[in-house]
Write a protein that binds this ligand. Structure first.
Ligand code: GLA
Ligand code: ZN
Length: 673
């Protein structure tokens, strides 16, 4: 059952990005950092991320002394290093000597040296230089006791439209369409506007200067960019796997990055990790909602490989790149860390250990601030978190069991970003998935997050909001799942197109899903932001906003009806018994209340297991890993949590027979006794 990330290091990692290369001219600073780090109860540093210009100051000239130093000191202290390959930012000399490594944007403008992540993933020169420096790092540190895990590059993202990438895109298309332009033309529906392609060389990546309305092309381009980035990652790994075959590999992802389909990247990695920067305490959303959104991403990272992941970056106090960079309130840093752990993280890391003195991130939160000593609010909170984590070795590698799967698909993100129709500014695909996740978080029910290729069989309930595009095989999988006794929830705008964005003919949702759901959708009404309809379900009136599907029953039972407009009286919520299972269709978008009531009823009907028996107070959730139950209070008030059995506080051994009290932003770890 236990599946630890670092086989020989059974501790939760508490670490931070650390950039000693910025301080080499001040050795006294580096001296103190190691002491501060140890006294903060930290056990890890992520190093080397942006070190390339220091470790290879000129082509073929290497200097690893600062990395040697931090690796040796970490080893002496019994810690582990997360060692990065430096490809996230290249040195000046490399771009100067080999301009092909720089990107070309969609307007076909060659970019200058600057920023980071500005490199072509196709460039053979860039790939070769990266492999070279990676090999040197691997050879140097392969037997170093501090080497814990590889951190490949940094937050891969973006795309490049240079001639090398255009050629690679055409090759990718030739492979996909079996070297057959007719096949490609049909998939892209290119007779529309007379865009038939008669020569592969006519194909260009989408550009605002030319072709950008062929959705099949756009979708294939997104797939290509994602595949090409993953291919670059694979090429980075060649020397790493060769020289250090036993050292696990990760790369830091960024939530729902639009450039890479992480479901396809996960295969290449041993561990997934992500950089988590929620807007805690913002003035637009309630705290419980920010918490649930973040929880959903953690769940997805756990599910990528169905094992513990790392929160590779987070801030201990504030960021510097949001419109408003508010400080995290006392306790929030600890709660943020435990939230990640409770959803399956075995590592909690910060950006950054020591705050830069200059440059763009000099006002970004850090464990050690410019003041240069430990006597700060932020340092003390990190230190007490570290002390708590030291007592949690038993948790390392423990998994989570979920009866509910939420299906969230990357290719649907791309399509909802791109298609023309419905509401053209914001279709709210991700926020809709979050709204469907929230009722489970609120009730302390664990959820797995899958993409549509995932295995539905182990779940009692599959929730699949706005499943606009269905890839081949998904229709059949849904049918078999429901026939076999599963319960599925679909919403408006689902089953509309196939994997090439070609509409299903014969009514929505596509193919046999009309039988599974027992309905067909004829039209979708897109509402203006101030428009409202209403839906009555079980005698209660809910507000419908944004989208109302106009559906016909084909065997399903209507559970709710529209109240207004020309479709008043038509079904807005249906259920269909199919085989041994049930298929629900929610035809309208609501403001949130409906989803909570709807899912709470389903939770009872399906007898879904709650992580803590009974109802949870507002802003409090209960998450579970094995025997460990995490009670988390995201609210600003002290809150009493009623208990229906006796629990013990795992950390203090205190016994709670009837209730326990959570301070604002407090987390308690309970175990049953
Ligand atoms: C990203 C990067 C880090 C740093 C942080 C700041 O996550 O990976 O290098 O810039 O943002 O929040
Ligand atoms: Zn390129």
């Amino acid at each position: 059952m236990k599946n630890p990330v670092l086989k020989d290091y059974p501790h939760i990692l508490l670490g931070a990005d650390y950039n000693p290369e910025q301080w080499l001219h001040m050795p006294e600073v580096l001296e103190k950092d190691i002491q501060f780090w140890q006294e903060a109860n930290m056990n890890s540093f992520s190093v080397g991320i942006f070190s390339w210009s220091v470790i290879e100051p000129e082509e073929g000239v290497y200097n690893f002394s600062h990395l040697d130093d931090v690796m040796d000191r970490a080893a002496e202290a019994g810690g582990k290093i997360v060692l990065a390959t430096p490809s996230g930012a290249r040195p000046h000399w490399l771009a100067q000597k080999y301009p092909e490594v720089l990107r070309v944007n969609e307007r076909r403008e060659k970019l200058l040296f600057g920023e980071r992540h500005n490199h072509c993933f196709t460039s053979p020169v860039y790939r070769e230089k990266v492999q070279n420096i990676n090999r040197r790092l691997a050879e140097r540190y392969k037997d170093h006791p501090a080497l814990g895990i590889w951190h490949i590059s940094n937050e891969y993202n973006g795309n490049c439209h240079c001639p090398l990438c255009q050629a690679a895109f055409r090759e990718w298309l030739k492979k996909k369409y079996h070297n057959n332009l007719d096949e490609l033309n049909r998939a892209w529906w290119s007779t529309f506007w007379s865009h038939t392609i008669t020569d592969w060389e006519q194909i260009e990546s989408p550009s605002s200067l030319g072709e950008y309305r062929v959705h099949g092309l756009n979708l294939d381009w997104m797939r290509f960019v994602s595949d090409q980035t993953i291919d670059f990652l694979k090429s980075e790994l060649v020397p790493i796997r060769e020289v250090t075959p036993d050292v696990p590999v990760t790369t830091n992802f960024t939530g729902f990055n639009h450039d890479i389909n992480y479901w396809r990247a996960k295969e290449v990695l041993d561990v997934t990790s992500w950089d988590n920067y929620p807007s805690w305490h913002n003035d637009e959303e309630p705290a419980c909602y920010v918490a649930a959104k973040t929880a959903m991403v953690h769940d997805m990272y756990r599910c990528f490989k169905n094992k513990p992941f790392f929160m590779m970056e987070s801030t201990p106090s504030c960021v510097n790149w949001k419109p408003v960079n508010k400080l995290m309130r006392p306790g929030m840093n600890t709660l943020q860390a435990f939230q990640a752990i409770s959803h399956g993280a075995d590592g909690v890391m910060y950006f950054q250990f020591r705050k830069s003195r200059g440059g763009m991130e000099k006002f970004h939160g850090a464990v050690i601030d410019h003041v240069g000593h430990q006597d700060t609010r932020v340092y003390r909170e990190v230190q007490s978190l570290g002390a708590r984590l030291k007592g949690l070795d038993e948790l390392v590698g423990v998994g989570t069991k979920s009866e509910v799967a939420l299906v969230f698909d990357w290719e649907n993100i791309w399509l909802f970003d791109d298609i023309a129709g419905y509401h053209n500014k914001e279709r709210k695909y991700i926020p809709t998935c979050e709204k469907h996740y929230y009722p489970f978080w609120k009730n302390g029910i664990s959820v797995d997050v899958l993409d549509m290729d995932g295995d539905f069989a182990p779940y009692k309930l599959v929730v699949m909001p706005m499943a606009y595009m269905l890839r081949p095989g998904v229709e059949e999988k849904i049918e078999a799942y429901v026939r076999g006794g599963g319960t599925i929830v679909f919403t408006y705008i689902s089953g509309i197109v196939d994997e090439n964005d070609l509409c299903y003919l014969g009514g929505w949702p596509g193919g046999r899903l009309k039988e599974v759901f027992g309905i067909w959708a004829e039209e979708t009404d897109t509402l203006y932001p101030s428009d409202r309809n209403h839906v009555e379900v079980d005698g209660k009136i809910y507000t419908a906003v944004d989208y109302c599907d106009l559906i016909h029953l084909r065997g399903a039972k209507a559970l709710g009806a529209y109240q207004e407009d020309f479709y008043a009286g038509r079904p807005a919520l249906t259920v269909n018994g199919y085989g041994a299972g049930r298929a629900y269709y929610i035809a309208f978008r609501d403001t949130g209340d409906f989803l909570v009531d709807f899912y709470e009823k389903l939770m009872t009907e399906l007898a879904l297991v709650r992580n803590l028996q009974g109802e949870l107070p507002e802003n409090v959730t209960a998450q579970r890993r094995g025997d460990f139950i995490f009670l988390e209070n995201f609210g600003e008030n002290e809150t009493v949590v009623p208990l229906h059995r006796t629990y013990k506080n795992y950390e203090t051994n205190k016994v709670y027979p009837y209730e326990c009290v959570l301070a604002p932003r407090e987390v308690k770890i309970l175990v049953e006794i």
